[in-house]
Design a binder for this molecule. Structure first.
Ligand SMILES: C[S@@+](CC[C@H](N)C(=O)[O-])C[C@H]1O[C@@H](n2cnc3c(N)ncnc32)[C@H](O)[C@@H]1O
Length: 233
C-alpha cells in the first residue's frame, strides 16, 4: 500500500523526527520485542475485549508491531471478519508477516505505512491502539485513523502513563522506560488527550497501579473533514 515509511514532505517536523527516532529504536528492538510483552498480555486481552467485536466485523490494528494482537483480534471477528494492521517499522512488520504466513490467516491485511498515510478500502468497525504512544501524540496520525473508522466505530486504547501523585517519584523511571520505545516520549500525564476530545463516551481506566491505562470510546456518530482534521458535527 505505502511506498515506504521514510521522512516525507507534508508531515510536521516534530512528527517526522519522532518517526525517525521510532524507526531507529524498532530496528534494534524488533527481534527481542515479543519476549518483553508477557507482563502486559492481560492488558492486551482486556483491550481487545473492550471493543466487543462481533463475528464478521472489521478492525484496524494501529501500529501492529510484530502482530502479537492478531490472534486475539482474529478470534474476535472470526474467519468471516477482516483485520487490517499496519506499522512503519519494516523489521516489526516483517515479523508480523511471518506470523500471518505461519498461521495461514487469509483475512489479515498487513500494510507497511506510517499512520498519517494509511488509507483503507473500507471503513472499519473498530480501531485498536495497543501501546502506540507516538501515534497518539500526532494529530495527522489521529486524523488518518479516525478517517478509517465508520461513524460510531469502537475505539480501544492501551498504553503507558505517569503514576498518580502518590507514586510520582517513580515517574522519571516511567519517562525513561517510555523513551526506549518511542520517538515522542512526552505527554505521559494524559497520553490520550489529543484523541479523547474527538471521541464519544470516552472512559479511561488506570491499570498497573496507575502506570498504564485502558481507554475506550466511539468514533463520532457523524464526521466531516475540515482543514485536515475530522470535526464533530
Ligand atoms: C510499543 S510497539 C507496539 C506494537 C503492538 N501494537 C503491540 O502492542 O505489540 C509500537 C509500534 O508502533 C509503531 N509506530 C510508531 N510510530 C508509528 C507511526 N507513526 N506509524 C506507524 N507505526 C508507528 C512502531 O514501529 C512499533 O511497532
Amino acid at each position: 500500500m505505502s511506498s515506504g515509511p521514510g521522512l516525507r514532505a507534508g508531515a510536521s517536523l516534530p512528527d517526522a523526527k519522532a518517526r525517525e527516532l521510532s524507526l531507529q529504536r524498532y530496528r534494534i528492538r524488533a527481534a527481542g520485542y515479543d519476549d518483553t510483552c508477557g507482563p502486559t498480555w492481560p492488558i492486551r486481552e482486556r483491550t481487545v475485549a473492550a471493543m466487543h467485536l462481533q463475528p464478521g466485523q472489521c478492525v484496524l490494528d494501529v501500529g501492529c508491531g510484530t502482530g502479537l494482537s492478531l490472534g486475539l483480534l482474529r478470534a474476535a471477528v472470526g474467519a468471516t471478519g477482516r483485520i487490517y494492521a499496519f506499522d512503519q517499522s519494516p523489521e516489526m512488520l516483517e515479523l508480523a508477516r511471518a506470523r500471518v504466513a505461519r498461521e495461514g490467516w487469509s483475512n489479515v491485511v498487513l500494510l507497511h505505512a506510517p499512520a498519517h498515510e494509511v488509507h483503507l478500502p473500507e471503513r472499519v468497525d473498530a480501531l485498536f491502539f495497543h501501546y502506540t504512544h507516538d501515534i497518539l501524540r500526532s494529530v495527522p496520525a489521529i486524523d488518518a485513523m479516525l478517517a478509517c473508522a465508520r461513524p460510531g466505530a469502537a475505539v480501544a486504547i492501551a498504553g503507558v502513563k505517569y503514576f498518580p501523585w502518590w507514586l510520582a517519584p517513580l515517574n522519571p523511571w516511567v519517562y525513561l522506560k517510555n523513551r526506549d520505545y518511542n520517538g515522542a516520549p512526552g505527554g505521559l500525564r494524559s497520553p490520550w488527550d489529543l484523541i479523547a476530545p474527538r471521541l464519544e463516551h470516552w472512559r479511561m481506566t488506570p491499570v498497573q497501579f496507575g502506570m498504564g491505562y485502558i481507554g475506550t470510546g466511539r468514533a463520532p456518530a457523524s464526521d466531516t473533514i475540515t482543514s485536515g482534521t475530522i470535526a464533530r458535527q
